[in-house]
Write a protein that binds this ligand. Structure first.
Ligand code: MN
Ligand code: ZN
Length: 500
């Protein structure tokens, strides 16, 4: 919820109060507007830097309280390190680092978007503003006593980005604001507890995108039964909360052009079902819908920035609970594709949900490609830690595009193998396929399972975001448990490669 942040742009002017943030490089050089703005305080900065052994290292900050010659309460100088050749992502991170330096108690801050080499372009200033937005997010709607927030000013925090051309920067920021809003939506959904966010409520919240011109269809249990989605329905049958399939469409591209499709695993809570999980850490399973949350955030972004693309977002939203009606190990279900699935472990439920949604989307929409996101396996965290999402892909071009988008946004993906040797491991004694392939290569056999439900000829990628979507290490641009991983990655993919 960045609703406490009010972000704006102005031309370079030193404010009469609040906090002033400026950048310097690793030679302690300041930009020309910055030098002009600081006046005598520029000299003060040099002395304070020497006294504090501040060297302008990237992301470091020097805090000067009540700087002589300025009216502001504080001057914060943020180091950029070598300021040459900073990539867009470096600027986003710098914006995040700067936001992180603003004291909680400050109601107003102005950030000079200038490097020693000269004023930044509107797009570069907008990247800094994006970093500010991403860092500002916090999820505190259930903290009613507001312990640490007691020091914070009531109402909103105003952060102004000072630039050479404010209206150009504002225009450049618009699509990034759409992305930041999408990330915030995804983070909120992941952070929400499962007693609040169950399938029906998830579908209701997704419905908010209608006001942006996104069509939102919600299929209930009866409708899914009719379609033969027994793999998905089997997962939800032990819950008092009914399952839902949410289908969103944004048509910003050429009329009739085949859409790109994004599919999310939306397990609002995963107890493991009858194959119940151990108690320790089970609370994290409220985030087992991070894939679906990303799809909602992404569809918001595409619509809000009026992306010139036709896009489908589909989410299978269920709750996996143990109950007298719950699915058992050994049960055999017939998926929408007609393939039968033997349930070996009811905790391998995400792939069952996705099996039917992948089939449905390919059949109904004939998409250009499908990318699904899922907090699918613990095995992907064993393999990659929490730095990269696992990428499994049947198409080299799509894999390359995703990898490139990952590098540009910092939402990195690492390609993992698929192959017939792995596929054999999920052959079942009693059905066409079983839902686990054993301990070895667990992230891969999960992907093999999904691939059995991808129709021939459809380019498809599976992103296993179990490590990156929930509780990844904090960074300059994310302090939230639910990271919103994937929104910026896939928005970049669309912008780079799929807009007409
Ligand atoms: Mn599970
Ligand atoms: Zn799960």
């Amino acid at each position: 919820m960045a609703d406490t942040l009010k972000l704006g742009f102005s031309v370079f002017t030193v404010p009469p109060k609040g906090v002033l943030l400026v950048f310097c490089d690793d030679k302690l050089k300041l930009g020309s507007q910055t030098r002009k703005g600081l006046g005598r305080a520029a000299e003060l900065f040099k002395r304070a830097a020497a006294a504090n052994k501040f060297t302008g290292k990237n992301g470091s900050a020097l805090d000067i309280v009540a700087p002589a010659g300025l009216k502001v309460a504080r001057l914060l100088v943020i180091g950029t390190g070598k300021a040459k050749d900073l990539a867009s992502l470096d600027l986003v991170k710098l914006g995040g680092a700067a936001m992180g330096c603003i004291p909680a108690s400050a109601a107003e801050a102005t950030l000079f978007a200038e490097l020693p080499g000269g004023a930044l372009s509107p797009a570069q200033a907008a990247e800094i503003a994006l970093g500010v937005r991403l860092r500002a997010y916090s999820f505190d709607r259930y903290k009613t006593t507001k312990r640490k927030e007691d020091e914070e000013p009531k109402g909103e925090k105003r952060v102004t980005i000072a630039v050479a051309d404010a209206s150009a920067a504002r225009r450049a920021f618009a699509p990034r604001q759409a992305a930041a809003d999408g990330v915030d939506i995804a983070r909120d959904l992941v952070n929400e507890p499962a007693n609040v966010l169950y399938p029906e409520e998830f579908a209701r919240r997704a419905g908010a995108l209608k006001k942006l011109g996104v069509s939102v269809e919600v299929l209930d249990v009866k409708a899914m039964k009719k379609l033969g989605m027994n793999a998905l329905l089997g997962v939800g049958q032990g819950s008092r909360r009914d399952s839902r399939l949410v289908v969103m469409r944004w048509n910003g591209g050429a009329r009739g052009a085949e859409p790109v499709a994004f599919i999310g695993k939306g397990v609002c809570f995963d107890t493991g079902g009858i194959s119940i999980k151990p108690a320790s850490g089970m609370e994290d399973m409220k985030g087992d819908m991070a894939g679906a949350a990303c799809v909602v955030g992404l569809m918001h972004t595409l619509a809000a920035r009026k992306a010139k693309v036709n896009a489908v977002g589909a989410m299978g939203v269920v709750e996996n609970m143990p109950d007298g009606n719950a699915q058992r190990p050994g049960d055999i279900v017939t998926s929408m594709s007609g393939q039968t699935i033997e349930i070996i472990n009811t905790d391998a439920e995400g792939r069952l949900v996705l099996a039917d949604v992948l089939w449905y989307v390919a059949q109904r929409f004939k998409p250009k490609f499908m990318v699904n996101l899922a907090t699918l396996t613990g095995a992907i965290i064993v393999a990659l830690g929490q730095e990269y999402a696992g990428l499994f892909c049947n198409d080299d071009k799509l894999a390359e595009q995703l990898t490139k988008a990952g590098q540009a946004t910092g939402e990195k993906v690492w390609r993992m193998p698929l192959g017939p040797e792995y596929d054999k491991l999920i052959d079942s004694k009693f059905a066409d396929v079983k839902n686990t392939g054993g301990r070895h290569g667990g992230a891969i056999t999960a992907a093999q399972f999904l691939q059995r439900f991808v129709q021939k000829g459809v380019p498809w990628a599976h992103l296993d975001i179990a490590g990156t979507g929930m509780g990844p290490p904090t960074t300059d641009i994310n302090r939230s448990w639910g990271s919103g991983f994937g929104v910026r990655l896939l928005d970049q993919l669309v912008a780079d490669d799929y807009e007409s």
